[in-house]
Write a protein that binds this ligand. Structure first.
Ligand SMILES: CC(C)(C)CN1C(=O)[C@@H](CC(=O)N[C@@H](CC(=O)O)C(=O)O)O[C@H](c2cccc3ccccc23)c2cc(Cl)ccc21
Length: 340
């Protein structure tokens, strides 16, 4: 992008993007045409909303209206928030820079970003004082924080003219692209989340293995915990066929890379977590070198299918005989392998 003609506030926005999304900001900056600025701003607005939701120092009495009304802040040139303690608080402190660049975008992008913010902010309040019990509620929570992102992105892709209208219309596939990423994050971040008092694993699953969610971290429950982990990974793997179908419809190279890279990182993370007790003693992260190799290697549908096939068969190979969900996991892996 042409640094000279870029406004000072837009430059600041790209700096915030790089500060808040590490490896992913380069992928966003590689997007073609109007999508680059539109998705940069969309990402920052979502990061600001997520920073409010994550901040445990904000009392729910204040947090609920903040989340429900967040989308209205885009219409207030002065709105900003300086009380945040979160690491990404800069996007709230300098929100006016994001708002200004939001208004520089073409109108069609405004409507999508505002609409998604409104629905996401509302949805986040639903689970502020309610636990995630059933699988349906797990899907509902992930829809609010990630499925809606997929639906919004797909509408931006089609609105830009770089992708077919069907991409923006098929909300079910777009939703499942987000669910795959979010369920992977929730599975991977078990220990980090419970240490911060956050519970994202669905009770309908973990209650079959232990009394309390935190009991999964106890050494004496290790076998039960790993079987619970494997059941959630199996649930996430059910989404692989839809993610491949979604990516098969993307024709612009920069949009494909933007969509494919988080997906291949997610399947690699699920494979690293499968049957792995380390999930309960630390955070299982993909090493930087491996991540870069995968990012370089996910530039075509065939390459992405091969990566999905590789990691799914690695999981299939390691299904323990005594795992209560072994048969179900084999079925789900076979279906994922058939689609990749
Ligand atoms: C919760 C989440 C999965 C939606 C977050 N999310 C993502 O995870 C990013 C990836 C990312 O931010 N990686 C960071 C993670 C980290 O900070 O460690 C990185 O630096 O590698 O990708 C997603 C994202 C990208 C492409 C297509 C998507 C379709 C549906 C839903 C989300 C989609 C994302 C796109 C937008 Cl516009 C906004 C947020 C996201």
């Amino acid at each position: 992008n042409d640094q000279v003609s870029m406004s000072a506030t837009l430059k600041r926005c790209y700096n915030y993007l790089t500060e808040t999304s590490r490896s992913f900001s380069a992928v966003i900056q590689a997007l073609d045409g109007e999508l680059r600025d539109a998705i940069c701003i969309f990402y920052l607005v979502l990061r600001a909303l997520d920073t409010v939701e994550d901040d445990m120092t904000i009392d729910n009495k204040l947090k609920i209206p903040m989340l429900k009304n967040f989308y209205k802040n885009l219409q207030d040139p002065q709105w900003h928030f300086t009380e945040s303690k979160e690491k990404d608080r800069i996007v709230l402190e300098d929100f006016p820079a994001i708002t200004r660049e939001f208004h520089e975008l073409a109108g069609v992008y405004h409507e999508v970003i505002s609409d998604i913010c409104c629905k996401m902010g509302h949805g986040m309040t639903v689970f502020l004082d309610r636990d995630i019990d059933t699988i349906e509620e797990w899907n509902e929570y992930c829809h609010y924080v990630a499925g809606l992102v997929g639906i919004g992105l797909s509408r931006l892709f089609s609105a830009s003219g770089l992708e077919d209208p069907c991409v923006g219309k098929d909300t079910a596939l777009a939703n499942n692209m987000g669910l795959f990423l979010q369920k992977t994050n929730i599975i991977r971040d078990y220990l980090e989340d419970i240490l911060q008092g956050r519970k994202f694993w669905p009770k309908a699953v973990w209650s079959k293995y232990v009394e309390q969610l935190t009991d999964l971290a106890l050494e004496k429950n290790r076998t039960q915990a790993v079987h619970c982990l494997n059941e959630l990974i199996t649930n996430a793997l059910e989404l692989v066929p839809d993610c491949i179908t979604y990516m098969s419809r993307i024709h612009n190279q920069s949009v494909f890379n933007f969509c494919a890279i988080p997906q291949v990182m997610a399947i690699a993370t699920l494979e690293r977590c499968y049957n792995n007790p380390a999930v309960f003693t630390g955070v299982v992260k993909i090493r930087k070198g491996e991540a870069v190799k995968m990012m370089m290697g996910s530039t075509s549908l065939e390459k992405v299918k091969a990566i999905m096939y590789h990691f799914t068969s690695e999981i299939y190979r390691r299904i323990p005989e005594n795992d209560p969900n072994a048969e179900r996991t084999r079925q789900v892996c076979m279906k994922a392998l058939a689609s990749s």
